[in-house]
Design a protein around this ligand. Structure first.
Ligand code: CUK
Ligand code: CUA
Length: 765
């Protein structure tokens, strides 16, 4: 029996099946034993050592990944590849209460198109805000391909603050890309469509269908896009693709790819060859070069007209003013990536095995000397390829995107068809190394790779397929992000991370210490508007009032472990608006609020005020409670919404107590409290006899504990006052509440004590 089990285990390991191996490995104590048991090599151990992050450890970089069709952003650490957060952006997300509280509903409502709620997104390209071309860690932008929209996420609290809808486009892809001081956020269309919202037959494709690139003005002080000062270039119907902003010498310019410059319109059902055939006939498509700096000057000078309420620069104006040029680029290109110093632009043709390197110097000269090889059908000047090209390099079949290394001239290009990463030198034009990945890489990201000073170190391959990499979970596989060490001459594959959310496209990674997110909000804060909430409520000021708007407003608070009010009474047919402020100051003391039947589900982080408005249509009893396990008495963090029938007359009499308490009960509770106080005193003694003030984490815990002890004191007074009048029912209950606050104090004190012990705090005299 024992022998046969051994044999099966050995066989399983031989076949590379992890059956039982992992659990057995834990029983082993030596490294050699674990390696043998799990079938690990030295190389595996080295990779593990480069990624493993012990408990409490931090990552050097944070990666912000597009969440694809989930409409979210996924945040994970590098090199540990541990997922830290999903930021809800275009899609409701219950954990964060996003799309469930009035404040975040208002953000989602900004993304309505023609009055329709769009509750998903096809996110592709996240981008950090920049100062002088360096990531400044303040904002993140992301686009929605399906519904041409851009969202603004504030990295102060990792929340989505704004969604803007492009007034001209019907789809987009070339966003979000920022200019070096976040002056503008670029967004380029994808599938050509009429700018108008009416029906235009395909027969009028060449004349009335259009592409576009919008430069969204970003107001850095407000942290919001300023639609009023944004402008759009009208472009030919060439299926514009990715974009990138110039920097250094190319500062002030933007670059946008295109495919299907054939302007082909398919229609298999009409007997026409499909799009894919008609869109890949020509050997070249067009790189669009736009001068945003000069365009902004024209806008400021009042020389640009508005259309559909937004500034729009028609093609003839752009041509006349010298704002728009075309350069042939390899067939069906995909990525366009400007070098960190802004001197070169790398474009890859999906149907070509070359990456093409353009020289900004040459492009600029051609523009200056008006050296063009002709015009496109819309009159846009075309710079000859030979007048713009620096070099072309054979990198592999199906090159897509390029990332820049910290080492000068070194880049990494994703090779879709060959499933590999090619490392090459774009100055010398030679291939340096190639690494196979599993399978079909799309984008790739190097640390701070889009900034003017990339860090290199790690590269993440963002793969479209996950065949044979993970335990099967049904026909829909996760995506696979593969971590690669690029610090040496040879690339080394370190780790596979399955990502089970959407089809993520691009990721940007920033040095973790550039981010300084808050741990709490200012008290009574509307986080979505970044302003004090008019519904902010302080402790002791909770109330239920019928406003002039006829709405029953509940001004409530939450704090461990009660929701005030605990009983809300309204009448059937009332509109109810519940506003809850989290009074906690302590880190990570989030409370939730879930209400039966009304689709109300809130996340209330310390300091935050959120609201939920709904119609109490039917009379009934609706329990509510806190959804976060916030303290030992979390389950008791509950209440009732009582919706009374119209004209209901209350029956006489008080609530009948479920349990009656006597003096003996009171004495027993008080004894417990006195004992608990002794424990608290000893913990306090330990803390104050150490240099706890040197540890900000402990100082915060002590502050919180002091608050809780203050609450305990208040409850104690109430309890003693009732008991002195012989009311042992209320005396005992308040003594119980007094004890609850003591328990919270003790809990905090013990956390502080443990922290001090673990961090080698010193005894002070
Ligand atoms: S795209 Cu997906 S792999 Cu939208 Cu940037 Cu290239
Ligand atoms: Cu608050 Cu559970």
């Amino acid at each position: 029996m024992k022998n046969s089990f051994k044999r099966i285990t050995a066989l399983a390991i031989g076949l590379g099946i992890g059956m039982g191996a992992a659990s057995n490995a834990f029983a082993k104590s030596s490294l050699e034993e674990v390696m043998k048991e799990r079938g690990l090599t030295q190389k595996d151990l080295l990779a593990a050592a480069k990624t493993y992050t012990p408990t409490g450890g931090r990552d050097e970089y944070l990666a912000f990944s597009s969440g694809g069709q989930s409409g979210h952003v996924i945040v994970y650490g590098v090199p540990s590849m541990r997922i830290l957060k999903y930021i809800a952006v275009f899609t409701p997300e219950p954990w964060q209460g996003y799309g469930f509280d009035d404040e975040s509903k208002a953000v989602l409502a900004q993304g309505k198109i023609n009055g329709n709620d769009i509750t998903y997104g096809d996110t592709h390209h996240p981008a950090f805000s920049e100062t002088k071309g360096e990531y400044n860690g303040r904002y993140l932008f992301i686009n929605d391909k399906a519904n041409p929209r851009i969202a603004v996420i504030d990295l102060h609290d990792f929340e989505t603050k704004q969604i803007v809808v492009n007034p001209f486009m019907k789809s987009e892809h070339g966003g979000a890309f920022v200019t070096p001081n976040t002056e503008y956020v670029m967004e380029a269309s994808q599938y050509a469509a009429p700018f108008s919202d009416d029906f235009v037959p395909l027969e009028e494709f060449n004349e009335k269908y259009r592409g576009a690139v919008t430069y969204w003005k970003f107001d850095d002080k407000k942290g919001r896009i300023d639609s009023e000062m944004s402008f759009t270039f009208e472009l030919p119907p060439y299926s514009q693709d990715l974009s990138d902003a110039g920097k250094g010498p190319s500062m002030g310019w933007g670059f946008t790819n295109s495919f299907c410059s054939e302007r082909y319109v398919g229609g298999i059902e009409r007997g026409r060859p499909p799009f894919e055939a008609g869109c890949s006939q020509k050997d070249t498509d067009f790189l669009h070069v736009t001068n945003w700096k000069k365009a902004a000057e024209l806008v400021a000078a009042g020389k640009v007209k508005k259309s559909k309420g937004a500034y729009m620069i028609p093609m003839d104006q752009a041509i006349k003013e010298g704002l728009l040029y075309l350069i042939p680029e390899p067939k069906s290109p995909h990525g366009v990536d400007v070098s960190p110093d802004g001197t070169h632009i790398i474009v890859s043709g999906k149907l070509d095995s070359h990456a093409w390197v353009y020289s900004w110097d040459k492009i600029q000269k051609a523009i200056k000397n008006k050296k063009f090889e002709g015009k496109d059908p819309y009159g846009i000047p075309i710079i000859a390829m030979k007048d713009a090209l620096h070099t072309q390099v054979q990198v592999g079949l199906g090159p897509l995107h390029t990332q820049y290394d910290a080492k000068k001239c070194v880049v990494y290009t994703s090779i879709y068809v060959d499933s590999m990463v090619t490392k090459w030198d774009y100055c010398e034009g030679k291939v340096l190394d190639q690494l196979h990945i599993h399978y079909n890489i799309g984008h790739l990201v190097a640390m701070e790779g889009d900034s003017v000073s990339p860090d290199g170190k790690y590269l993440i391959s963002l793969n479209k397929l996950a065949i044979d990499r993970f335990n099967p979970v049904g026909p829909l596989h996760p995506q696979n992000h593969q971590l690669i060490d690029i610090s040496g001459d040879k690339m080394q594959l370190l780790y596979d991370m399955p990502l089970p959310l959407g089809e993520p496209h691009y990721v940007v990674a920033i040095k973790a210490d550039k981010l300084k997110p808050a741990v709490r909000y200012k008290s009574g804060w509307n986080s979505r508007a970044d302003a004090k909430s008019p519904y902010a409520t302080r402790a002791g000021r909770e109330k239920v009032v019928r406003g002039e708007d006829g709405v029953v407003h509940v001004y409530g608070t939450v704090i461990r472990s009660h929701i005030t009010p605990e009983i809300i009474e309204v009448e059937e047919g009332d509109t109810v608006s519940i506003h809850l402020t989290n009074l906690e100051r302590a880190e990570d003391e989030t409370h939730g609020f879930a209400l039966y039947n009304e689709n109300v589900n809130l996340s209330i982080e310390p300091g935050k005020t959120v609201s939920a408005t709904f119609e109490a249509e039917k009379a009934g009893v609706f329990p509510y409670y806190c959804t976060e396990f916030c303290s030992a008495l979390h389950l008791e963090m509950q209440g009732y919404l009582l919706v009374k029938p119209k004209g209901y007359v209350a029956k006489a009499g008080a609530i009948k107590e479920g349990t009656k308490y006597t003096q003996a009960d009171y004495d027993k509770q008080v004894k417990t409290n006195v004992d608990t106080q002794a424990v608290i005193d000893s913990v306090v003694g330990f803390i104050t006899s150490h240099n706890y003030k040197d540890f900000p984490e402990v100082v915060a815990l002590v502050e919180d504990a002091t608050d809780q002890l203050g609450f305990a004191e208040e409850a104690k007074k109430k309890s003693e006052s009732y008991a002195s009048k012989g009311d042992y029912q209320n005396g005992t209950l308040w003594a119980g509440q007094w004890w609850q606050y003591q328990v919270k104090t003790a809990d905090l004190g013990l956390r502080a004590k443990t922290f001090l012990e673990e961090h080698g705090a010193k005894k002070v005299k």
